[in-house]
Design a protein around this ligand. Structure first.
Ligand SMILES: [Zn+2]
Length: 728
């Protein structure tokens, strides 16, 4: 459930890597494909929707190459302009640059996620290093930076409006963070460090992948698999055959500490074996990652120091809503005690169940261990919230959920209207297009809906854009939501699970952030906000899925039209608070581990042999060392933070940070009369229309009237009560 900004809209702001600039050799001007390439000109369709019926794979690769070359020429002209730097001829000119690249990369990014093919995949492999080099060439161009800096130094006397001044400041920050201020020697060192980081994180990614495959658990007898379904056993048998072990069973692992079969397997010894295999990945052996972690952490610390920061976390967080490591530490430290206390209550409930079952069967009881958690949690869940998915799905027919739920809530809150357009081309027949208009009928943009799963679509759910709003370029937004709902056979209704319904509302929150964007500059458009802020509008929008008036409008039986019975809905809602002590604790443990590694200065980082001790100590210091609830990722397979040069390093906390803002917003709505225009318009004015044109935390505080607080989040997860009867 993320924003898939595969390539940023204006300039590509990845941290400067290291490769030579290869752009100068591109000769796109003479490429013959230009003649008939529909991406070379602005689309004539409404809102500049890409002409999908004319775009072929070959057009995309050619337009990307030509787009980079074009932007390189534009940037060269800006950097080497004989006129002195002005805001217009430098900063605004950069914002205007690269429009062909933006057009091509939005089509390429979207199609390679939603509707890919082998040719597009090959383009992806070829383009990644080229695009990275293209970005370097811009941010390490010393002539260009000299102009930016000259303007930045006299920013107070330029008479700029607030958004323009902020744009200048952002460009300066981006250049500085990419290393533009360094001496030539330092730049050389920075390139070396980036290059090493790129190699080491790739090695980490490959080792984790090999490790997860190599650690699949082999089982000799089907009897040990008691608890799994017939089809799961068949899958395990098939996996064994593929691996040349006919007659045996193979349980493949996921790259998390927890493994789904643990909730079903009755055989305690096998549960223990799977669990231990999972948490022991990467510590020594063929796919050891400890040496890589030690080097990655050391290099990040050195790079931060080179760029003038105390540590890597300080470098990363300066550009986030949180701003400082102290702010992150403080928030995580506030959340940990109630999360762990609730996890311990959940454990106590399960221990009672284990003791009672042992007594009833006359066997010896045992202490709940990490490998028992999911198995007994599932039993407690069934006993308390028994309902069957097949009971609820008939009330969640897809089209009704979309029109009478998701879009209905937006109409009630913001007055916007949606009209389906069947006359516009799409890239796949299941994609739907809605034209969005404002309460006063003014056209707002296009909303594309691609909710069905396909073999050539990546997993998960996300929002993306085809066109970003900006007044500078006169663009109105074209946004898309992707989900992965299995498509039923022809003639049958598409009935959703409640999770899928919630995901639909979630992604639409991102969509509104894009559609309501009303900013001058492309840099600040819509969802171009820090990653610890970007999930906030979407996590907030989930609240409307369960608002009684919205629910009554869409949750109707697909055959009879009857409303969903209240008792059934109550069970569905109550079950969502179940096991949240565990879920929050395992998440916080990983988030704190991430911060611990990245808040170290040069010279403090652990050696390979000390990683395990470092991890143990970090969890203990953070107060999340409850052995029944291990971190969601241990260091050796924590891909979010070690498998790419930036990724979520020092940023894994972002999910819960956004959720704090979202639940604060939910409580604000509840105390201001809920679902009504004045409330929606206020949120739109303060946050949803502003993109990143002003500071994110200030946007939030101007809406909420005070600093964020964690109370509503704790309440929404059922983590407020810590007495012994809490988890009921
Ligand atoms: Zn999201």
């Amino acid at each position: 459930m993320s924003i898939a900004r595969v390539l940023p809209a204006s300039l590509l702001f990845v941290l400067a890597a290291c490769t030579q600039n290869t752009m100068t050799t591109t000769t796109a001007r003479t490429a013959p494909v230009e003649q008939d390439n529909p991406l070379f000109a602005e689309s004539k369709l409404p809102y500049q929707l890409p002409p999908f019926d004319q775009i072929e794979n070959r057009h995309i690769a050619a337009a990307l190459d030509a787009g980079m070359a074009q932007q390189r020429r534009e940037i060269d002209a800006i950097a080497r302009n004989a006129e002195p730097a002005t805001f217009e001829n430098t900063i605004v000119a950069m914002e205007r640059s690269g429009q062909l690249l933006t057009r091509a990369s939005s089509v390429y990014g979207n199609l390679s996620s939603s509707n890919t093919n082998p040719e597009l995949e090959k383009i992806q492999t070829d383009m990644a290093p080229k695009l990275s080099a293209h970005s370097d060439a811009i941010y390490l161009d010393s002539f260009l930076y000299a102009r930016v800096k000259a303007l930045y130094d006299k920013r107070e006397s330029l008479g700029l409006d607030p958004e323009s001044k902020r744009l200048l400041e952002r460009y300066n920050v981006m250049f500085v963070r990419a290393g533009a201020k360094l001496s030539d020697d330092q730049k050389t060192r920075l390139r070396q460090l980036n290059e090493q980081l790129s190699t080491l994180t790739t090695q980490f990614r490959q080792a984790v992948l090999k490790g997860v495959n190599a650690s699949a658990v082999i089982v000799d007898n089907a009897s040990e698999l008691d608890g799994l379904s017939e089809s799961q056993v068949a899958v395990a048998a098939e996996a064994a055959k593929t691996r040349g072990m006919p007659g045996k069973y193979v349980i493949a692992l996921l790259n998390t500490t927890g493994q789904p079969p643990l909730s079903q397997l009755k055989n305690r010894a096998l549960r223990e074996r799977i669990y231990k295999t999972s948490i022991n990945r990467g510590w020594g052996g063929d796919n050891d990652t400890t040496a890589l972690i030690a080097q990655i952490v050391r290099i990040r610390a050195e790079r931060a120091s080179l760029l003038g920061y105390e540590n890597h976390a300080a470098y990363v967080l300066e550009d986030e809503t949180a701003l400082t490591a102290d702010a992150v530490n403080k928030m995580l430290a506030q959340l940990a005690p109630p999360a762990v206390a609730n996890a311990k209550n959940e454990a106590a409930d399960m221990q009672k169940l284990i003791d009672a079952q042992a007594k009833a069967s006359g066997t010896k009881t045992f202490k709940l261990a990490a490998w028992d958690w999911d198995f007994y949690a599932e039993q407690v869940r069934k006993a308390r919230y028994a309902y069957d998915e097949s009971q609820v799905r008939p009330y969640f027919e897809m089209d009704r959920v979309l029109r009478d739920g998701v879009l209905f809530a937006a109409h009630e809150l913001y007055g916007v209207n949606f009209k389906e357009r069947k006359d516009l081309p799409v890239y796949q027949e299941d994609v739907r297009v809605f034209e969005v208009s404002d309460a006063n009928d003014a056209p707002l943009g296009l909303f594309l809906v691609d909710w069905y799963a396909r073999e050539n679509k990546r997993g998960g759910a996300w929002m993306n854009t085809f066109v970003d709003q900006s007044r500078l370029l006169g663009m109105q937004p074209v946004v898309i939501n992707n989900l992965n709902i299995p498509k039923p056979p022809a003639g049958q209704p598409t009935l959703l699970t409640f999770d899928e319904v919630t995901t639909g509302f979630h992604e639409f929150g991102h969509a509104l952030h894009g559609l309501f964007s009303n900013v001058q500059y492309p840099m600040f458009s819509g969802t171009s906000v820090p990653r610890d802020f970007v999930e906030f509008p979407s996590q907030y929008n989930e609240m409307w899925a369960t608002e009684p008036r919205v629910l009554a409008n869409y949750a109707k039986h697909y055959q009879t039209g009857a409303s969903m019975p209240q008792e059934l809905m109550d069970k569905v809602l109550a079950a969502r608070k179940f096991n949240q002590g565990f879920a929050t604790t395992e998440y916080l443990a990983a988030a704190m581990l991430d911060q611990s590694f990245h808040q170290l200065a040069v010279g403090q980082t652990p050696a390979a042999g000390d990683i395990q001790a470092f991890e143990t100590k970090a969890l203990a210091r953070a107060g999340v060392d409850f052995s029944a609830v291990p971190p969601r990722y241990r260091s050796t397979y924590f891909s979010h933070v070690f498998a790419s040069p930036t990724g979520y390093s020092a940023g894994y906390y972002a999910y819960i940070w956004s959720d704090v803002l979202a639940r604060d917003t939910e409580s604000w709505f509840h105390s201001h009369g809920g679902l009504k225009r004045s409330n929606g318009d206020f949120l739109r004015d303060k946050i949803l229309s502003r993109g990143f044109s002003s500071d994110a935390l200030q946007q939030f505080e101007s809406f909420y009237g005070k600093e964020p607080d964690i109370g509503p989040l704790l309440e929404s997860r059922g983590l407020t009560v810590t007495g012994s009867a809490a988890a009921h």
